[in-house]
Design a protein around this ligand. Structure first.
Ligand code: SF4
Ligand code: SF4
Length: 441
């Protein structure tokens, strides 16, 4: 049985545009900004760096050929390197970060940048430009690879497709939905560039039923895509899950009335989102590396909700201040969505390239959650399409008991869809605990 939940939006005054955040005095740039790789710093304490300068990259010696295409890390500001320090990452892990003190003049910020004519670039030149800019693909809310690594995964496939989701996978976020409205032209150009890079024979655009995408799609954009067939999918984005690979492929097959295997289509397709398409545009058309990210900041203990454009390395504390500070005692900080996000403890945590939303929830809310117990309702089991028993795995891990090998093996099959957590009436963090168990393997 397919099961979805309707996610109620709590914000009375929805955010409609992007706001540029202030520049903090110091930034902490985590050395890991994508799955599987930790970069090595190529700068030293006391060095001065320019805005956009490469400051860290993945070591080929350490990772070998699999690091081909891993994203470089650039300095988002001009400044002085204060050192390499320990830091809490937004994915809940700990690691090293480069601390930079802002000083000097900017190369891109506040400058009038001319658009680069990329039309005569070959696909491989476009891919090199995107890769050199350190672009990562943020399609999934809990796994992030560099753009190039994801492109290389489908290199040998036939009949490649490009799926672009123009709304948020987790309906508690609004990052991609707002960006789609505010930066529509950039996103369309980003899609065109990505289609060329991946050499696809079809573009599939998934848009929210609530948006009026087809009216935004104007004549010049239609001309841009003239030679590549496009399919539009109208999706009920307020239902969860509706924006994962499986759901989008299902919607595509239904619209086309095809009986093909969804697995085959997923294997041969590049899936991406509005956020990544804006970074592709900036990299190719404006020649700017990824140095800022757009973060949807919300939560019931914040003064205001906003979609903020902030530098990579800005602390969560700084971001909360820019939203007017806290009106209640802070409880939890959730990164990348209430349904499937990760909870972090420290306000010193800096933003990375994969942070799309931060939710600050109040202490009272925490108390409500901490007294919750499993009601043995069985909902988590009935919604798990992989056939797991999330309640049992959760209970074993939380009690500190030795987890049986059979449960560890089943946890490995979890695809982190988050349906169990989303449907749990006790709001237990089932998917997150299963991920921790998986990560320990
Ligand atoms: S997150 Fe894992 S355990 Fe939970 S419903 Fe999805 S696949 Fe099942
Ligand atoms: S959905 Fe939550 S309360 Fe219900 S059985 Fe699963 S863990 Fe327990």
């Amino acid at each position: 049985m397919e099961m979805q939940i309707n996610y109620p939006k709590k914000n009375k005054y929805p955010v409609t545009k992007l706001t540029t955040g202030f520049l903090p005095r110091t930034l902490m740039i985590p050395l890991s900004q994508e799955d599987n790789f930790v970069c090595e710093s190529i700068v030293h304490e006391g060095d001065f760096v320019k805005e956009g300068q490469v400051i860290a990259e993945v070591s080929r010696e350490t990772y070998g050929a699999k690091s081909l295409g891993a994203a470089k890390i650039h300095s988002p500001v001009p400044g002085k390197i204060l050192g390499i320090k320990n830091c809490s990452y937004p994915n809940g892990k700990q690691g090293k970060a480069i601390e930079i003190l802002l000083s000097g003049s900017f190369s891109y910020l506040g400058k009038q940048l001319s658009a680069f004519d990329f039309k005569n670039y070959s696909p491989s030149m476009l891919l090199r430009t995107i890769s050199d800019a350190g672009v990562i693909n943020t399609f999934s809310c809990n796994s992030y690879n560099s753009f190039e690594i994801d492109v290389n995964k489908i290199k040998e496939e036939q009949n490649k497709k490009l799926f672009v989701r123009l709304f948020d996978e987790d309906p508690s976020c609004d990052t991609d939905s707002i960006l789609t409205r505010s930066d529509f032209d950039k996103i369309m150009t980003g899609i065109y560039i990505t289609a060329k890079v991946c050499d696809v024979n079809e573009i599939v655009i998934a848009y929210s039923k609530k948006s009026n995408l087809l009216t935004m799609f104007n004549i010049s954009q239609k001309e841009l895509f003239e030679s590549i067939p496009m399919t539009f999918l109208e999706i009920k984005s307020y239902e969860y899950p509706s924006g994962g690979k499986r759901e989008l492929t299902g919607a595509y097959l239904k619209k086309k009335k095809l009986a093909s295997s969804p697995k085959e289509i997923i294997k041969g397709s590049f899936f991406t989102d509005s956020t990544t398409m804006v970074h592709v545009y900036d990299a190719v058309v404006l020649n700017i590396p990824v140095e800022t990210v757009n973060v949807y900041v919300n939560g019931n203990c914040l003064q205001a909700t906003a979609l903020l454009k902030v530098c990579v390395g800005t602390s969560f504390n700084e971001i909360a201040k820019q939203c007017g500070g806290f009106t209640k005692k802070l409880g939890k900080i959730i990164v990348n969505g209430e349904i499937n996000g990760v909870s972090v403890n420290s306000l010193d945590t800096p933003v990375t390239k994969y942070v799309k939303s931060i939710t600050f929830t109040s202490h009272e809310d925490n108390i409500d959650r901490s007294v919750s117990i499993c009601l043995r309702c069985g909902r988590c089991r009935s919604v798990c399409k992989t056939g797991l028993n999330p309640d049992i795995i959760f209970a074993k891990v939380i009690s500190g008991a030795v987890v049986d090998e059979a449960y560890i093996k089943s946890a490995v099959l979890c695809n982190q869809c988050g349906l169990c957590s989303a449907n749990c009436p006790s709001k237990l963090p089932l998917a997150k605990v299963i991920k921790l168990l998986k990560d320990e393997r």
